[in-house]
Design a protein around this ligand. Structure first.
Ligand code: S5P
Length: 471
């Protein structure tokens, strides 16, 4: 079957449609591709499998996979025809490690061919590759029916992957145009839409005022150290803070662990922050519905909104928590959020999909979201995570000590160097400093190591832009 026949088949089956389609993002697209239904059309299905088999036969691979659900039946038939093992990944259980969620047997080092229906940005293909690679497989080739993007091939190519497609957007447009299925105007609309969409995706920079202020302070004070001062009484808290203040960019507090909190605490803390030039983050990890989070943030005995420059927020209840916290502030000066995108504790329940959603929402609220709290299972894992964050928002990383390790309650530590090289803009250190015999000299060591790693290893692109301009 020729490429032209495939395109006409897809059009005929309603898998390729032109008109006005509202996408999840709210944008209206002039075309829509959806290959899910083809499995119920055995003749077309068979012809598509034939084309795939022809395409992949010369490629070198040991196992075949299809990305669930649409591509999986094709992958199964292709694998069977070529006498290769099929493996697949359970969609519901996708998480970082992925180890246990691959169905089928394979050996470490096996080359895995990945089949999917469509490619749009290449982003989800990269995630798939990462997942399979972290399970010990080698991914080189992706095969899709339709390449609907202008740049995905290049994006994957720059990361060392090959993209093969049966047809691309331009081939679909010219074929349907020459067969009178669409008008020249519709073809042009589809091209313009795709170009604009890709241009807007390329511009990932967002701007948050607090992220800029914190970066600026870090550069001015030459420190990316955030002290997690988890002391349980005011005397200890201020003794340690006064001794370490000159080394830090921000202090992170769990105000609800203080036994003797009273309204003098935030007053004294704010005065010291002003005097010693650091910011204050309340690590309250708000997580409730918008209305409750608002009361927790602005009221109660702590009145966090009155003194914290930033707070930590879980998005488990959805994006409206951000509106609860920061919306409708009636002229009050209200802080910024760092969203929990990943956690440092072992076996935590955050998975890749959750992290992706947190970043997506964070990108949509740049006025309120200064950045993310995140961690990595390894240096490579941290780097990959960092690449997904919008430029302009910061990554703060807890679970940092001078040596890799863990505590007895599931906390996992990376070294200062790995954290910074992996992409943390700020390192959050608690017991490594306040638990040391001499917190002041310990803070100095963390600050020096952190800043040295920043200067030595971070390319100008990774350093926050306001730092780069001051530099
Ligand atoms: O994933 C996380 C998120 C946070 S904010 N893991 C964390 O450890 N934290 C916080 O960072 C935690 O609540 C504690 O205050 C600090 C780490 O403390 P350390 O003593 O283990 O360095």
């Amino acid at each position: 079957m020729s490429q032209t026949n495939l395109i006409l088949d897809l059009e005929n089956a309603g898998a390729v449609k032109f008109g006005n389609f509202v996408l999840k993002s709210g944008k209206v697209s002039p075309f829509y591709f959806d290959l899910r239904d083809i499995v119920s059309k055995p003749e077309i299905f068979q012809r598509m499998v034939d084309l795939l088999v022809e395409k992949v036969r010369p490629m070198e691979f040991d196992v075949v996979t299809g990305i669930p659900y649409t591509a999986l039946p094709y992958a199964a038939v292709v694998a069977q025809r070529l006498g290769k093992p099929l493996i697949y990944c359970r969609k519901e259980e996708k998480s970082y490690g992925l180890g246990g969620s691959i169905v089928g047997s394979y050996r470490k080092g096996d080359r895995c061919l990945v089949i999917d229906d469509l490619i749009t940005t290449g982003e989800s293909k990269l995630e798939t590759a990462e997942a399979f690679e972290s399970a010990g497989l080698v991914v080189k080739d992706f095969v899709v029916f339709i390449d609907r993007s202008l740049k995905a091939k290049e994006v994957l190519g720059s990361r060392g992957y090959r993209l093969h497609s049966l047809v691309n957007l331009e081939e679909i447009l010219t074929t349907l145009l020459s067969h009178g299925k669409i008008t020249a105007h519709q073809a042009e609309q589809a091209r313009t839409f795709t170009r604009n969409l890709e241009a807007s995706q390329a511009d990932t920079r967002v701007k948050n005022p607090f992220a800029d202020k914190l970066s600026e302070l870090m550069y001015r004070k030459q420190t990316n150290l955030i002290l997690s001062l988890d002391a349980t009484n005011k005397a200890d808290f201020f003794r340690i803070l006064e001794a370490t203040a000159s080394e830090i960019a921000m202090v992170k507090v769990h105000v609800d662990i203080l036994e003797d909190f009273d309204p003098t605490f935030p007053v004294r803390l704010s005065a010291l922050a002003e005097e010693e030039d650091f910011y204050i983050m309340a690590d309250r990890k708000f997580a409730d519905i918008g209305n409750t989070a608002r009361m927790q943030y602005r009221g109660g005995i702590y009145r966090i909104a009155d003194w914290a420059d930033a707070v930590t927020v879980h998005l488990i209840s959805g994006e409206d928590i951000l509106k609860g916290l920061f919306g409708d502030a009636e002229g009050r000066s209200i802080g910024s959020a760092f969203l929990l995108a990943r956690m440092s504790s072992r076996n935590n329940l955050i998975n890749e999909g959750y992290t992706r959603k947190v970043i997506e929402i964070g990108r949509q609220y740049p006025a309120w979201v200064a950045g993310y709290i995140g961690h990595g299972e390894s240096l490579e894992d941290l780097k990959r995570f960092r690449e997904k964050l919008p430029e302009g928002q910061l990554l703060l990383m807890p679970g940092v000590q001078l040596r890799k390790g863990k505590d007895e309650l599931g906390q996992q530590y990376m070294t200062v160097e790995d954290a910074v090289i992996g992409g943390a803009d700020g390192i959050i250190v608690g017991r490594g400093i306040y638990g040391a015999p001499d917190p002041a000299s310990s803070a100095k060591i963390y600050r020096e190591k952190g800043w040295e790693a920043m200067e030595a290893h971070r390319s100008p692109k990774l350093v926050h832009s306001s730092m780069a301009t001051i530099a």
